[in-house]
Design a protein around this ligand. Structure first.
Ligand SMILES: Nc1ncnc2c1ncn2[C@@H]1O[C@H](COP(=O)(O)OP(=O)(O)O)[C@@H](O)[C@H]1O
Ligand SMILES: [Mg+2]
Length: 398
C-alpha cells in the first residue's frame, strides 16, 4: 500500500525555486522537475509582453529565466546571476542594447548573446555581431524560432567553453613541461659552472695555460646554455591571453626608470650614457607592466650590448595619432640592411656572440603583439639603431 500526499502549490515559492535551483513544479503530474542542465537565460527588454512570451517559451523548454527591463539593471543581473545566455533588445530607454552587448563581453566573454529588435536592419545586425552578439532575431518571432536560435547559441557556448578549457589545459601542460625541463637542465649546468670557477680560481690546484684556455672555453659554452635556457623559458612563458587580462594604466617613465636602475652597472662597464627624455604629462599606456618592462629591458640590453665603448643610449616618448610612440636609439654597431628582416626571428644573430641567444627580439615581438603594439627598426652599420614601438593609450586617456 502506497502513501498518498496532498501537495498544495505555492506559485511564488515555485517561481523562486525555478530561478534559484532550476526546479519546476509540474501541475499535471504534481511532481517537482529537477532540471538537469541548469541553464540560465536573462532577457533584457523593456517590452513586458515580449519578456512574458520569451519566459513562457523558455520555462517550457526547461531553462531558468530571469528578466530585466533596461540596460543598467540588465548588466547588474549579468553580474549577479552569471547567465549562460542573454537576450538583448537593441532599442531600450536609457543605455542602448549595443552598449549592453559590449559590457556583457567585458564582464564575461563566454556569455553568449542574441539580439532582438523590431528595427531589424542589415546594418544593426552587422553592428551587433561586431559587438560580439552570436545572432540576431527580428521581431516578431515564433516560439519555435526562439527555441531554435537559443539551442544553437547554447551549443556554441558549450563548444567555446570546452575549447577554452582544452586550450588552458594544453597551456598548463606546456608550461609545466617547459619549466620542469629547464629546471632539470639548469641545475646541473649551474653546478658545472661553479666547478669551473673553483678550478679556474686555482682553488683545486695549479692550472697550466693550455688547461686554462680549454676550461675558459668550456665555461663560456656552459654560460651560453644557461642564457639559452633562461631566454627560452621567458619566451615560452609569454601568454597573450594572460597579458590581455592584466592590462592596466602604466606610466612609461616609471618603466624606464626601473630599467635604467637595473642596467646602470652594465652600461658603466662600457662607459655608455643612458639618457631619457619623456614628457611629464605623457598619457599612460595600456599594458601589463611587468611583461612590457621585460620587452623594453631587452631593447635597452641590446642597445648597450651592441653599443660602442663611450657611446650613448637614448629613450624618447611622445604622443602620436592617439598612440604613444617610444623610441630606443643607440649609436652602436648597427645592423646591415639585408639582415634587418630577420632580427625578430627566433635564434637569429647577425654575428655569433657567446653571451647571446638570438631570442631577445622574438620575446620583444611576442610581448608587443600581445599589447596590440607595433615595433619597427631603422639601422645603419657603424651609425646605430633605433627601435620604435607604437603602443595604445590606456582606456582612461581616451
Ligand atoms: N641595438 C642593436 N644594434 C645592433 N644589432 C642589434 C641590436 N639589437 C639587435 N641586434 C641584432 O639582432 C640580433 C638579434 O637580437 P636578439 O634577438 O636580441 O638576440 P641576442 O641579443 O640574444 O643576440 C642580435 O644578435 C644582433 O645581431
Ligand atoms: Mg638581445
Amino acid at each position: 500500500m502506497g502513501a498518498s500526499y496532498c501537495i498544495t502549490a505555492n506559485w511564488d515559492l515555485i517561481h523562486q525555486a525555478v530561478l534559484l535551483f532550476g526546479i519546476e513544479f509540474d501541475a499535471t503530474t504534481s511532481k517537482m522537475i529537477n532540471r538537469t542542465e541548469n541553464i540560465t537565460i536573462l532577457i533584457i527588454d523593456d517590452d513586458e509582453s515580449m519578456c512574458d512570451a520569451c519566459v513562457q517559451t523558455y520555462v517550457k523548454s526547461g531553462y531558468i529565466v530571469d528578466i530585466a527591463g533596461d540596460g543598467i539593471s540588465g548588466m547588474q543581473k549579468v553580474k549577479d546571476i552569471n547567465p549562460d545566455l542573454v537576450l538583448v533588445d537593441l532599442k531600450m530607454p536609457g543605455i542602448s542594447g549595443m552598449v549592453v552587448l559590449e559590457e556583457i563581453k567585458k564582464i564575461d566573454p563566454e556569455i553568449v548573446t542574441i539580439v532582438i529588435t523590431g528595427y531589424a536592419s542589415i546594418d544593426s545586425a552587422i553592428e551587433s555581431m561586431k559587438k560580439g552578439a552570436y545572432d540576431f532575431l527580428p521581431k516578431p518571432f515564433t516560439p519555435e524560432e526562439l527555441r531554435l536560435i537559443t539551442k544553437r547559441a547554447l551549443e556554441k557556448r558549450r563548444l567555446t567553453i570546452e575549447s577554452n578549457r582544452l586550450l588552458q589545459e594544453k597551456n598548463e601542460m606546456r608550461e609545466g613541461f617547459i619549466s620542469m625541463v629547464s629546471h632539470q637542465l639548469r641545475t646541473p649546468l649551474v653546478a658545472v659552472q661553479q666547478y669551473f670557477e673553483v678550478i679556474l680560481g686555482g682553488m683545486a690546484g695549479e692550472v697550466n695555460d693550455e688547461q686554462r684556455e680549454m676550461l675558459e672555453r668550456s665555461k663560456i659554452r656552459i654560460d651560453q646554455l644557461i642564457y639559452l635556457i633562461k631566454d627560452w623559458l621567458n619566451l615560452s612563458k609569454i601568454d597573450a591571453n594572460r597579458i590581455v587580462k592584466k592590462l592596466a594604466s602604466v606610466n612609461i617613465t616609471s618603466i624606464f626608470t626601473n630599467i635604467f636602475n637595473l642596467m646602470q652597472t652594465i652600461a658603466k662597464e662600457k662607459n655608455i650614457t643612458l639618457k631619457m627624455d619623456i614628457p611629464e604629462n605623457l598619457p599612460t599606456i595600456s599594458a601589463d607592466k611587468e611583461t612590457l618592462e621585460q620587452a623594453f629591458l631587452n631593447l635597452v640590453d641590446n642597445g648597450i650590448k651592441y653599443g660602442n665603448y663611450g657611446g650613448s643610449l637614448f629613450v624618447g616618448a611622445k604622443e602620436k595619432n592617439g598612440y604613444i610612440e617610444v623610441s630606443i636609439s643607440d649609436n652602436g654597431i648597427g645592423i646591415p640592411e639585408d639582415k634587418l628582416p630577420f632580427i625578430f626571428e627566433q635564434f637569429y644573430q647577425v654575428e655569433f656572440k657567446s653571451d647571446s641567444t638570438g631570442l631577445g627580439l622574438s620575446i620583444v615581438k611576442r610581448i608587443m603583439d600581445a599589447h596590440s603594439a607595433t615595433i619597427k627598426v631603422t639601422s645603419k652599420p657603424e651609425k646605430g639603431s633605433t627601435f620604435t614601438v607604437l603602443l595604445p593609450k590606456s582606456e582612461e586617456e581616451k
